[in-house]
Design a protein around this ligand. Structure first.
Ligand code: IDP
Length: 142
């Protein structure tokens, strides 16, 4: 039985700069995921660094924060059956060169640093990441 879940999606600065917001949201909607919250933000160093705190010790952390603050992003809560895994499937592998054909990263991203989208990878991270960006009253159940 599929479980109704919520997951956090971020359309990253590279995809926003490519004017691909609509095409990416369209993929979510066509796959049965509903947008139940959305906002456009230009992240500060602190907000981006806090979001990726688990990667703080990684060599790519500084570049990751630099990239995530390089332009506006679109942050959304997606809701639907198995939303967390479904979104990860639609996104494709972290490295676009390894992403399956037809996935968002295969179609819109060129490098692992600028890979078009973020999606929560577990129910625990979905809960934390949604609360990191949205107050409860900013989410519209459907
Ligand atoms: P995910 O976004 O597919 O969940 P994570 O391993 O959580 O992947 O990494 C978070 C982000 O950090 C990735 O989306 C990517 O932009 C960046 N990243 C991960 N690994 C590397 C790397 O080896 N070099 C550069 N950037 C990386």
């Amino acid at each position: 039985m599929p479980v109704t879940q919520r997951t956090l999606s971020i359309i990253k600065p590279d995809a926003v700069a490519k004017n691909a917001i609509g095409e990416i949201v369209s993929r979510f909607e066509k796959a049965g995921l509903k947008v139940v919250a959305a906002k456009m933000l230009h992240l500060s160093d602190d907000k981006a660094g806090g979001f990726y705190a688990e990667h703080k010790e990684r060599p790519f952390f500084k570049d990751l924060v630099g990239f995530m603050t390089s332009g506006p992003v679109v942050v959304q809560v997606l809701e639907g059956d198995d939303a967390i895994a479904k979104n990860r499937e639609l996104m494709g592998a972290t490295n676009p060169k390894e992403a399956a054909p037809g996935t968002i990263r295969a179609d819109f991203a060129e490098t692992i640093d600028a890979n078009a989208v973020h999606g929560s990878d577990s129910p625990e991270s979905a809960e934390r990441e949604i609360a990191y960006f949205f107050d409860t009253d900013e989410i519209c159940p459907r």
